[in-house]
Ligand binder design. Structure first.
Ligand SMILES: NC(=O)C1=CN([C@@H]2O[C@H](COP(=O)(O)OP(=O)(O)OC[C@H]3O[C@@H](n4cnc5c(N)ncnc54)[C@H](O)[C@@H]3O)[C@@H](O)[C@H]2O)C=CC1
Ligand SMILES: O=C([O-])CC(=O)C(=O)O
Length: 320
């Protein structure tokens, strides 16, 4: 029995994500909200499913356990995710404020870019409303993990993409995305060149789609797939299962578990993507990583430097 709201439900990600969540038997109520076209999407989905509410923001985020936010503008060729900040920062602030007012205990999963800044914005909005719980706020970085498995499979045909787990830490843009290929499970043998090429492809996988869509947006279907997987993991964990997903969180959600990643290069950054064991209250613990190699440690340092500014930018906007 889980109630979910999708905010930005009429968009390129929102529509397939809504459909995928309707197929999830554990989702007993699905509220769809967007500023355009939601009656059309809700009517469409209601012909194959039921229990939908469209339209009004406060109603859409009342009585929910999980809010997923894919609202906001996507990139066009030549843009960075940070270029989206100007528009998406305000959208995320408005939506999270409504969640804070109407479902203060809801788990909030943010897809809207730049994730490295929109999650810190959300944290500040929740703090200002007096309802911030770092265990319940997530930036969705599942697509990086999905890509990592898929791209390794492209190189190593014998690897099973569905089974292969490559930890990806840091953030969600370019150099802040750090795949830890040496810690893949099961282990994969890769040459130095394969590691360099794969790391670059995972870091800039989003650009491949932006380029191919040529002005028509960024990843939507693979993101809906990844978003549905993340939502399902959260929902299963709410039901008592043990589930691990890498995701961008406040390291204060598990101060003890965070020590390892801080020592590996995250330093005093407040937010970082790490493998998280999910539980009935959101973050249960940060899962120990093991020992990244020197190449990966250097990449973590680069990611941390870049993340610092993105996080600060989000915090500043969220406090204003
Ligand atoms: N975290 C990740 O891995 C990924 C994140 N993204 C990000 O997801 C976001 C959405 O991408 P798309 O669905 O392709 O864009 P889109 O433009 O197709 O859809 C966005 C939807 O948000 C809605 N919207 C705008 N302002 C709103 C508001 N105040 N309240 C509710 N809805 C609002 C729009 O009406 C639109 O329907 C972008 O910021 C994109 O960069 C995209 C892919 C992967
Ligand atoms: O590249 C983009 O702008 C969308 C995104 O975050 C991704 O596909 O990883």
């Amino acid at each position: 029995m889980v109630s979910v709201a999708i905010l930005g439900a009429a968009g390129g990600i929102g529509q397939p994500l809504s459909l995928l969540l309707k197929l999830n038997a554990k989702v007993t109520k699905l509220n769809l909200y967007d500023i355009v076209n939601v009656p059309g999407v809700a009517a469409d989905i209601s012909h194959c499913c039921h229990q939908l509410a469209g339209g009004e923001l406060d109603a859409a985020v009342t009585g929910i356990d999980l809010a997923i936010i894919p609202a906001g503008v996507p990139r066009k060729p030549g843009m960075t995710r940070d270029d989206l900040f100007k528009i998406n920062a305000g959208i995320v602030r408005t939506l999270v404020a409504a969640i804070a007012a109407n479902s203060p205990k809801a788990i909030v999963a943010i897809i809207s870019n730049p994730v490295n800044s929109t999650v810190p914005i959300a944290a500040e909005v929740l703090k200002a409303a007096g309802v911030y719980d770092p265990k319940r706020l997530f930036g969705v970085t599942t697509l990086d993990v999905v890509r990592a498995s898929r791209f390794v499979k492209d190189v190593k045909g014998e690897a099973d993409a569905a089974e292969l787990r490559v930890p990806v830490v840091g953030g969600h843009s370019g150099n802040t995305i750090v795949p830890l290929l040496s810690l893949a499970q099961p282990a994969v043998e890769l040459s130095e060149k394969e590691v360099a090429d794969l790391t670059h492809r995972i870091q800039f996988g989003g650009d491949e789609v932006v380029k191919a869509k040529d002005g028509a947006g960024s990843a939507t279907l693979s993101m809906a797939y990844a978003g549905a997987r993340f939502a399902d993991s959260v929902i299963r964990a709410l039901g008592g299962e043990t589930v691990v997903e890498p995701t961008f969180i406040s390291l204060s959600a598990d101060a003890e578990g965070a020590k390892e990643i801080q020592a590996l290069g995250a330093g005093d950054l407040e937010f970082f993507a790490v493998p998280v064991e999910l539980g009935t209250e959101g973050v249960k613990r940060i899962v120990p990583l093991g020992k990244p190699n020197d190449y990966e440690l250097a990449a973590i340092k680069v990611a941390a430097d870049e993340l610092k500014d993105s996080i600060a930018k989000g915090v500043e906007f969220g406090r204003a």
